[in-house]
Write a protein that binds this ligand. Structure first.
Ligand SMILES: [Zn+2]
Ligand SMILES: [Zn+2]
Length: 319
């Protein structure tokens, strides 16, 4: 069996790489944090032995995938509502907007589309907006019939005489118009569709990184690895079972967090294997990590991380 052990970089080498970069980035800050008043600042005096307080060995797991982000699942719902309900609805328009980036999209994936609004003549009132009913007051005759008792002649004989006058409720028409209960008098109903947002179908490469050091640089480290996986040395595995069985021997050290990280990376990997929209495009890499807790001469605490082997490693720091 070949030796699969990977050597972590010597601490001095990691510290040196950080130091050179830090001084290139902001020399003044280095002088302020590590310099001595009245003396010429010398980078040589900034050593790991003096300023690194604690070192722990951790590990990171990396793999890459391609994920296709497609349109939302097909769906179409048609609504038929009155005009005031149209006004209360939130509509969206994608006319001329091109395809939408799903990752940037906030909100539902199926939304009412403005361009789908259509007026539909109300079936209940045939587009008139009102319903004609017989006037209840005059029973549809347009007239109110009364009987007057009239006293006739010298004897004042009571006689009944008809007296009719136009109905004031229907203005003599015999009909009353009332707003249609269906369309509320607005003559039309309005049809609109709830449709999926037109997302673009894109295939994006995504780096997946799990690290036992729990740094806030996971995203950055993942992205760096995605771009320059050849510049960092790790141990490649083609499946998680193999990684799981050889990780401890490969690293030459072990801790609870590393075990946990491997487990969670493993279940993450499994779920991507099952994901129809995802495709794992790289082998699984196991990287040694070194975490240094350091403190400047002025007492400012900071961390330095290395990722990779003694031959090829990257350095991160929150200095
Ligand atoms: Zn109507
Ligand atoms: Zn009437």
């Amino acid at each position: 069996m070949p030796d699969i052990r990977i050597k972590t970089p010597p601490l001095d080498k990691v510290f040196e790489k950080w130091k050179q970069r830090a001084v290139r980035t902001d020399r003044k800050k280095m002088e302020k944090e590590f310099g001595t008043k009245g003396a010429v600042f010398s980078l040589d005096a900034v050593s790991a032995a003096e300023y690194v307080k604690e070192t722990t060995k951790e590990a990171a797991i990396y793999f890459a995938l391609k994920k296709s982000l497609g349109p939302a699942p097909k769906g179409k719902e048609e609504n038929l509502v009155t005009a005031p309900r149209v006004v209360r609805e939130q509509f969206y328009s994608f006319k001329g907007a091109g395809k939408i980036n799903k990752e940037e999209w906030k909100g539902n994936e199926i939304v009412p589309h403005f361009e789908s609004i259509q007026a539909v003549s109300c079936k209940n009132c045939r587009g008139k907006g009102y319903i004609e009913n017989k006037c209840k007051t005059c029973k549809g005759t347009g007239k109110i019939e009364e009987t007057l008792t009239v006293l006739v002649g010298e004897e004042q004989k009571k006689e009944k005489k008809p007296f009719s006058y136009p109905c004031a409720t229907c203005f003599g028409t015999g009909n009353r118009t009332e707003p249609c209960k269906e369309c509320g008098g607005y003559k039309n109903m309005y049809k609109y569709e709830e449709l999926p947002v037109p997302f673009q179908t894109v295939v994006t490469g995504a780096p997946i990184l799990h690290s036992s050091a729990q740094t806030k640089y996971e995203k950055e480290i993942g992205e760096d690895l995605h771009k320059m996986i050849e510049d960092v040395e790790g141990i490649k595995f083609s499946d998680f079972k193999e990684l799981d069985s050889k990780a401890e021997a490969s690293l030459g050290y072990w801790n609870k967090n590393i075990k946990k990280t491997i487990n969670s990376a493993g279940s993450d990997y499994k779920s991507y294997e099952k994901d129809k929209d995802a495709q794992i495009t790289s082998q699984i890499y196991l990287f040694p990590m070194i975490l240094m807790n350091a403190e400047t001469k002025r007492g400012k605490k900071f961390e330095i991380y290395s990722l990779g082997s003694g031959e090829k490693f990257m350095v991160y720091s929150n200095f």
